[in-house]
Design a binder for this molecule. Structure first.
Ligand SMILES: [Zn+2]
Length: 433
C-alpha cells in the first residue's frame, strides 16, 4: 500500500512541478468587423459592429467599424452575418453508424479506434459552426478523453460536456445486452445498468468517478435498442438517479419517448427531456414547474430515412418498427410544447444522424413551428443555460469566450444558411475561414 502510494507520488510529482505553458507576451488583440452582429440571440441584431477580442474572450462590442490600434489584428467580416458559436446539446461523437452496422462496430472496434473516430467527428462538428456540444453517452470513455484533449489544446474540436456512459435499468435502452444470448451478455460489463435505489445511486456515482460533467439516464425504452417507448424505471429509481446527480452538482438529461417516462423524469426534477416524443397536458405543466428544457432531436429522422434509403435492411425488425413510429410522429411534441411556452434547447442526437450536419436541425425546428430567431436562441442562449455554461458561451458579450461564426446571408430570414458556415472562431482562434 505504502509502496503504491510512493510510486503514485513519483509519477505525479514531476507533472505537478511543471510550470504551465503561459505565454510571456500580452494576449493578442483582435478586432472583428461584423456586417451584422447577432451578439445576443433573442434580441434584434446590430448593423455594422466591431467585436474587440483579447485573450480568447470578448472584451467589448462597439457600434460601427472601429479601426484597430497599431499591432492589433483585423478580421474583416463586414459583408457577413456574425453570431455566437452554436451549441448542440445532444450528440454522440463516438459513432454515426446505426442498425446492424452499429452493432458490428460495437463488438469489433477497439477503444483506440473509437477515439480516432470521435476526434474526427468532433472536428466535423466544429467546422459546421458548433463550438460547444454535450455528448450524451458513449460506451468506451473516448469522448471523456477527447474532452480533455480539446480543452488541453492538443486536439481541434468543440468544447465538450460529457455524460460518460448513459444509465438505464436492466433490459432498458442502455443495457447493451438486451436481445443477446446469455453467453454474450455474461461477457459484457454493464456498470451503467441499475435496478432499485442503491443500485441507481451507485450507477450515477460510477459516472461521477469517471469525471462525467452531466448524467444521462433513460426512463423509457428507445428506438435504436428496439425497446420502444414504454416506461422502464420506477419513480424511486428515477428520483435516486436525479437526486444523486444533483447532489454532485451534475445536471440530468433524460432520454424518454412515452409520456409516462417523460412525466416521471420531470416530476423527479430532470433538467432536460431528450426526444420527448409523446407528451400530454400534464407534461407541459411539469416542464414549467421543473424549469426543464425540451431537446427535440428531430434530426434523428434524417438519419433513419437516409440509412434506410441506402440499405432497406439496415435495421432488424424490432428496431425498424420503432424507427417507422418515430419517423411518423416526430415534430408533434415540439408543436405542442413550444407554443405552450416550454423552453427549447437545440439538440440533434448526431450519431443517429450525421456528424457535421447538425444545422439540419434548424430547418426541422422551423418546419415544426419555431421561428428562425427562436431556433437560433435554442442553439445559443438556451443551450448554454441548459449546459450550465451561460457565463462562458451563448452570447457575444464582454467576458464571454470568443466563440463566433459567420454566414453569407441572414439566418433570421432563412435559417438554412446555417448549413453553410464559412467562418468559425473558437476561443479567439480562427479554425475555419
Ligand atoms: Zn442520443
Amino acid at each position: 500500500m505504502r509502496l503504491a502510494f510512493a510510486l503514485l507520488l513519483a509519477l505525479v510529482a514531476p507533472i505537478a512541478g511543471q510550470a504551465p505553458a503561459a505565454s510571456a507576451t500580452e494576449p493578442a488583440l483582435t478586432y472583428v468587423h461584423a456586417g451584422t452582429l447577432l451578439d445576443r440571440p433573442g434580441r434584434p441584431p446590430r448593423r455594422q459592429a466591431t467585436l474587440v477580442l483579447r485573450g480568447g474572450k470578448v472584451e467589448a462590442v462597439r457600434d460601427g467599424f472601429v479601426a484597430p490600434p497599431p499591432g492589433a489584428a483585423l478580421i474583416d467580416l463586414s459583408d457577413r452575418f456574425v453570431l455566437p458559436g452554436l451549441i448542440d446539446a445532444h450528440v454522440h461523437l463516438d459513432s454515426d453508424a446505426g442498425g446492424y452496422a452499429g452493432l458490428v462496430e460495437g463488438v469489433q472496434d477497439s477503444p483506440a479506434a473509437v477515439a480516432f473516430r470521435a476526434a474526427e467527428n468532433g472536428r466535423k462538428t466544429l467546422m459546421a459552426g458548433f463550438t460547444t456540444v454535450r455528448n450524451l453517452g458513449d460506451g468506451t470513455g473516448a469522448t471523456l478523453a477527447l474532452r480533455d484533449a480539446i480543452a488541453g489544446g492538443t486536439q481541434v474540436g468543440p468544447r465538450i460536456l460529457d455524460a460518460g456512459v448513459s444509465i438505464s435499468t436492466t433490459g432498458g435502452h442502455m443495457d447493451g445486452r438486451t436481445g443477446f444470448n446469455d453467453a454474450f451478455s455474461a461477457a459484457v460489463g454493464q456498470e451503467n445498468v441499475c435496478d432499485g435505489v442503491e443500485s441507481c445511486r451507485r450507477a450515477v456515482r460510477t459516472q461521477i468517478r469517471r469525471r462525467a460533467d452531466v448524467i444521462k439516464i433513460a426512463t423509457t425504452g428507445g428506438v435504436n435498442s428496439g425497446t420502444g417507448r414504454a416506461r422502464m424505471a420506477f419513480d424511486d429509481e428515477v428520483k435516486a438517479l436525479v437526486d444523486t446527480a444533483h447532489m454532485y452538482g451534475r445536471k440530468v438529461a433524460v432520454h424518454a419517448h412515452g409520456a409516462s417516462g417523460v412525466n416521471a423524469a420531470l416530476a423527479a426534477g430532470a433538467d432536460s427531456i431528450e426526444h420527448g416524443t409523446e407528451m400530454d397536458d400534464e407534461t407541459v405543466r411539469l416542464f414549467k414547474r421543473a424549469g426543464a428544457f425540451y431537446v427535440p432531436t428531430l434530426s434523428t429522422v434524417n438519419g433513419y430515412i437516409e440509412r434506410l434509403a441506402a440499405n432497406p435492411n439496415a435495421y432488424e425488425a424490432r428496431v425498424l418498427e420503432q424507427v417507422r413510429w418515430r419517423i411518423g410522429i416526430t415534430g408533434q411534441s415540439l408543436r405542442r410544447a413550444y407554443p405552450a411556452g416550454v423552453r427549447i434547447a437545440f439538440g440533434t442526437d448526431a450519431g443517429v444522424s450525421k456528424h457535421g450536419r447538425n444545422a439540419d436541425e434548424f430547418e426541422l425546428m422551423v418546419k415544426h413551428g419555431m421561428t428562425p430567431a427562436a431556433a437560433i436562441q435554442a442553439a445559443t442562449v438556451n443551450a448554454a443555460e441548459l449546459l450550465g455554461v451561460a457565463a462562458e458561451v451563448g452570447t457575444l458579450e464582454p467576458g464571454k469566450a470568443a466563440d463566433l461564426i459567420a454566414v453569407a446571408a441572414d439566418p433570421l430570414a432563412d435559417v438554412t444558411v446555417l448549413k453553410r458556415v464559412g467562418f468559425v472562431m473558437k476561443e479567439g482562434k480562427v479554425v475555419k475561414e
